[in-house]
Design a protein around this ligand. Structure first.
Ligand code: R1P
Ligand code: MN
Ligand code: MN
Length: 393
């Protein structure tokens, strides 16, 4: 244990999955010029407001026009640019934790090559797959669900993310069987640059199929140590809430609490704040999966307003000296073409309860500053990223 480490403190990091705040300087490299998740949500929903995030300083962040600035923000605020050469969840979260990728994951905009699919079909004993295109998951099951049920062939699809996704109806392919298919695919596709194989079970009758919470991500482990492993080595308990543990393949996550929705994620986070110390690391994925990818700006706005209304309870639950940080992992502008993530700046809102508020943290050049700050807060040595803890105390 490091001499100065203090595992009894409490830090909470909440990732609002996909809540970007405007095109990043390298947006053109990702075909995302003009994307602005928060900005376009505000523009397309009259009366949209986030009074609590606003009072923390969301509108004071450089480039944020959708929310008005306040004179005396109740938190410190800034924005961050991603270094990683990918705009997927894994790249963003790994960068928070100081895992810098030397080569990008690979995406398959034309579907997976024949040799991959042949090997996959042989391994699981089916005579072909359906789909094999980049597509929205809800659209592809509506299109191919009936054929899947008739033929027993799995629906395989991808997206602009480096993912191999397998959809199957739960009444026809058991969830255990689907997970076995995913494990078989994992062995084949992760050495070829895919970051995750995702089981996408669904239920119901066409055209009202519904995806279930039995989704499971089989993710490649981070190639180097995560900041959370350094915390654990120093005796800090790390709690992952939502899909955090999956994203890091469990590396540095002491205990994991899965969630069914944003509301459940907030509830679980609150319970953790009240009951445990250490690092509480939450991902709220509905913004991304239920609204961003579905290109539903109205639903997205409502989800943001709902989170905003829950924020006072989170802040009240914190004790003096606790650290709270709120950020995002990439954009997913629900008004943008396609159905994929968008390369954007992400917000950073951070404060230690009862300490300093109102500092502009500026434009951070790397998401790793988040992890560096958390490590610094616990007194744990960590070398990746630049801590801004001194601006919070
Ligand atoms: O359209 P669905 O299936 O929700 O897929 C989304 O979720 C996957 C993983 O986050 C990505 O492929 C993304 O496109
Ligand atoms: Mn994400
Ligand atoms: Mn996504």
């Amino acid at each position: 244990m490091s001499n100065s480490a203090n595992p009894k403190k409490r830090a909470v990091l909440i990732v609002l999955d996909s809540v970007g705040i405007g095109e990043a300087p390298d947006a053109a490299d990702f075909n995302d010029v003009g994307a602005n998740t928060l900005g376009h949500i505000a523009e397309s929903n009259a009366g949209f407001s986030m009074p609590n995030m606003r009072s923390l300083g969301l509108g004071n962040i450089e480039g944020v026009c959708a929310i008005e600035a306040v004179d005396e923000p109740c938190a410190n605020f800034g924005r961050m640019q991603e270094i990683a050469p990918g705009k997927d969840t894994t790249s963003g979260h790994w960068e928070f934790a100081g895992v810098l990728m030397d080569k990008p994951f690979l995406t398959f905009p034309d579907g997976f090559p024949d040799d991959i699919l042949t090997e996959f079909c042989e391994k699981i004993g089916v005579d072909g797959v359906l789909g094999n295109v980049p597509e929205s998951g809800t659209v592809i099951i509506e299109r191919l669900g009936r054929e899947h049920i008739e033929t027993g062939k799995p629906i395989v699809y991808t997206s602009a993310d480096p993912v191999f996704q397998i959809a199957a109806h739960e009444d026809h392919v058991s969830v255990e069987q689907l997970y076995e298919w995913c494990e078989a695919a994992y062995e084949i596709v992760t050495p070829r640059g895919v970051s995750r194989v995702i089981a996408r079970p669904f239920v119901g009758e066409w055209p009202n199929y519904k995806r279930t919470a039995n989704r499971h991500d089989f993710a490649v482990p981070p190639p180097s140590a995560t900041m959370m492993e350094a915390l654990e080595d120093a005796g800090v308990h790390v709690t992952g809430v939502g899909k955090i543990s999956d994203i890091y393949a469990g590396h540095g996550i002491t205990s994991s609490l899965k969630t069914k929705s944003n509301d459940h994620g907030v509830e679980t986070t609150l319970q953790c704040i009240r009951e445990r110390d250490g690092f509480i690391f939450t991902n709220l994925v509905d913004f991304d999966s239920k609204y961003g990818h579905r290109r539903d700006p109205k639903g997205y706005a409502e989800a943001l307003e709902r989170f905003d209304s829950q924020l006072p309870e989170i802040i009240d639950a914190l004790e003096d000296g606790d650290l709270l940080m709120i950020t995002a992992d990439h954009g997913n502008d629900p008004t943008y073409r396609g159905t994929d993530h968008t390369r954007e700046y992400v917000p950073i809102i951070a404060f230690i309860k009862g300490a300093t508020y109102g500092n502009d943290l500026g434009t951070r050049p790397c998401f790793s500053d988040v992890g560096a700050t958390v490590a610094d807060y616990f007194g744990v040595e960590w070398k990746v990223g630049e801590s801004f803890l001194d601006r919070l105390i």
